[in-house]
Write a protein that binds this ligand. Structure first.
Ligand code: PRX
Length: 675
């Protein structure tokens, strides 16, 4: 990777450096699983010194096996050849549903809170078992079996969870596509995995708006003939929703024909559980592949320890099931622990900014998990929306998906947590499957803005981005890499193991490369600084600049495109596109290009700004110098800097490789509003 692409984002500027001690246990609240930093540290050290004994014990304790494993871990992780819990057999659905339904069938598994305030539903483990079994039988009736990929394009309804669990039950590999993705994005993902069945809904509801899922799915399917059957859940029952018989069938009609029990397919530990597409530094999304036992152990253990779950708890993860956070911490993690999980259909500001806190109050949520973007947006809307609710059940407040700025952290701590809750800033990725850097509530003193220390079994290295050498000791900044294998790490990219190696294991031989910049401070605490590759993070959603660029150049007027992320007060980063136009295309096509990105990827990828420029800053060999674009769009260069060569060099670094130096002044003037 060229050094030009390896700018490590600047640290967050803040005067807040205080250390927050773990909170004392309040009367009536359980004692945390881990009660001191020494206890955490001892267990972490053991997990690295004796990983097989550590994870072998944990796997026996936390998961139910239909056949015990013979070997805990095997193979060479950094060569892309690692396996965990060899020859063991288990089923993820059994672990999440049956084992609780058999002992406590009346216990609430899922609380679904709908888009309409006050309308919610509680579903017991016994009911989930019956619903999932029925759906599993439907899938079997349509010929789906072990190893088949099934596409899931669902709104936030319990049926989305049933869909994933039904696949897991029969050994099918689910590929959930976030309901905010466009028809083109859905089509590409269906085609890549060659799905024969799609589970979707007529429409979705979100923040009072209707999402036309079936209509979008139909557009995708027009170019994805591999799909033979579409199972349509009726969320709104709108009669205008298109329905193509016999390809399409209604979910309710199909499940009503099936018996409410379906045996679980015994899965070998390393059998795939699901794939989830994520953006990388090329235009083509990657189907990150997770396996059954390792993933399930990772999410079960992290949910238990990081959210400090106890019997009777209610876990509220506000993510969407379409992203990894939803997979791991709405579905598999809480349910495997037998803990009630909340599925929230709406958005934090609908019908008002008290919606999250209404959920906590109504459902007596004990651990709450959301993204910094939501925290920042709610902070701006005022403390009064939080103050009117009883939040006394909360013990742990989690943050995920992007760096949290200390001001937002403090607001979460003081206003939502009322100074009584442990804040866990959890760092991880789709590829790691579960949390890898995090405080342990009750044990780790926290610093606002730092994800603190590694989870059990995680051995972090900070590497010099250019030389790849390890930066030893504290007070170092570099790229975050992992030295060792851990159970929940992804094993491959669906049908492209070479790409898996090239993306994660070949950039720095002997390490897993995360793509993130990091600082290890004087206390050994980790501060995640953001992506160092061509991935941007908008409101906790990961997007590849190359994917957006590919969408832009599909527009007939666009000749070239370069996309960067700029800092944004609410969404962390926002998308800015620089486009050159084909000869003859002039006038205001910026709006059309924004629409182009929405159509090709989805509304969540809408650029904040499209800048039409006569050319892009390139080296003489034709490589776009994104560093210049980032600095100009981040308003780090002013017109005054243009006056002297030294001034410009100070702000932008060496410009001698630039083919057309005049372009810098043109771009700076555009951002100064002068052209
Ligand atoms: O850049 C890091 C950021 O989100 C990326 C992973 O995105 P994704 O695979 O979509 O998973 C999101 C949910 C885990 C990371 O490479 N990220 C995630 N958590 C944090 C974070 N950045 C800073 N602090 C975090 N706590």
């Amino acid at each position: 990777m060229a050094a030009d692409d390896m700018d490590i984002p600047a640290p967050q500027d803040s005067a807040l450096t205080a250390l927050y001690a773990p909170k004392p246990v309040r009367p009536g609240h359980p004692v945390p699983h881990i009660t001191s930093l020494e206890e955490y540290s001892e267990r972490w050290k053991r997990s690295l010194a004796e990983p097989n004994a550590f994870f072998g014990d944990l796997a026996k304790k936390l998961l139910s096996w239909s056949r015990p494993f013979d070997v805990v871990s095997f193979g060479d992780f950094t060569a892309g050849n690692v396996s965990w819990f060899l020859n063991g057999q288990l089923n993820a659905c059994y672990n999440c549903v049956d084992r609780h339904a058999l002992t406590t069938p009346e216990k609430i598994a899922i609380i679904w809170d709908s888009d309409e305030i006050g309308v919610h539903r509680s579903i017991t483990f016994g009911e989930v078992l019956a619903e999932v079994s029925r759906l599993a039988n439907v899938l079997k009736a349509y010929g789906v079996g072990k190893g088949d990929a099934v596409a899931v394009y669902m709104p936030m309804v319990p049926e989305a969870a049933y869909a994933m669990l039904a696949c897991a039950r029969i050994g099918a590999i689910h590929s959930v596509v976030f309901a905010g993705f466009s028809a083109d994005a859905l089509r590409d993902r269906i085609l890549d995995a060659k799905c024969k069945v799609l589970l979707t809904a007529d429409q979705g509801k979100r923040g009072g708006k209707t999402i036309h899922l079936k209509k979008i799915a139909d557009e995708a399917l027009a170019e994805a003939p591999c799909v033979e059957k579409v199972i349509v859940f009726r969320r709104t029952n709108d009669p205008s929703v298109p329905f193509t018989s016999p390809r399409d069938v209604y979910w309710d009609e199909e499940v009503s024909k099936q018996r409410p029990y379906c045996p679980c397919e015994p899965m070998v530990s390393e059998d795939p559980l699901f794939m989830l597409y994520t953006s990388g530094s090329t235009g083509k999304p990657k189907g990150v592949l997770h396996t059954t036992a390792g993933y399930l152990l990772g999410v079960t253990a992290t949910t238990k320890y990081v959210f400090d779950l106890h019997e009777g708890d209610v876990h509220g993860c506000m993510a969407d099931v379409g992203w990894i956070t939803g997979h791991s911490y709405i579905l598999y993690g809480p349910l495997s622990n037998g803990v009630t999980t909340v599925m929230f259909e709406s958005i934090p500001t609908y019908p008002n900014a008290g919606r999250y806190w209404d959920l906590v109050d109504t459902h007596k949520i004990t651990s709450f998990y959301t993204a910094p973007t939501a925290i920042r947006a709610l902070r701006r809307l005022g403390d009064e929306h939080v103050a009117r609710y009883d939040l006394s059940t909360l013990r742990t407040l989690g943050s995920v998906g992007e760096p949290i700025n200390p001001e937002a952290w403090l607001w979460y701590h003081d206003i939502v947590g009322r100074g009584r809750c442990n804040i866990v800033d959890t760092y991880w990725q789709t590829e790691t499957g579960s949390i890898i850097v995090t405080p342990m509530p009750g044990a780790t003193p926290t610093k606002p803005g730092s994800a603190t220390l590694p989870f059990f079994g995680i051995d972090i290295a900070v590497l010099d981005p250019t030389t790849g050498q390890e930066l030893a000791g504290n007070n170092v900044t570099g790229v975050l890499a992992i030295r060792n294998s851990f159970p929940s790490v992804a094993r491959s990219i669906y049908n492209d193991h070479a790409r898996f190696l090239d993306t994660y294991l070949n950039p720095y031989k002997g390490y897993y490369f995360s793509g993130d910049g990091v600082t290890r401070d004087e206390d050994g605490y980790y501060w995640i600084r953001g992506r160092v590759d061509d991935v941007i993070n908008v409101a906790g959603h990961r997007l590849s600049t190359a994917e957006i660029e590919s969408a832009l150049i599909l527009h007939p007027a666009c000749a070239e495109a370069a996309v960067i992320g700029v800092p944004d007060e609410v969404t962390g980063q926002a998308i800015v596109c620089f486009c050159t136009l084909k000869a003859g295309d002039e006038g205001d096509i910026a709006a059309a290009l924004k629409a182009q990105v929405r159509t090709h990827i989805g509304p969540f990828a809408t650029p904040k700004r499209v800048v039409i420029t006569p050319e892009l800053p390139k080296t003489r060999s034709g490589k776009i110098m994104r560093r210049i674009l980032r600095k100009v769009a981040g308003l780090e260069v002013t017109e005054k800097d243009l006056e002297t060569e030294d001034g410009l060099r100070e702000k932008l670094g060496d410009l001698t490789t630039l083919a057309e130096p005049g372009i810098v002044a043109v771009l700076v003037k555009i951002f100064a509003g002068r052209t």
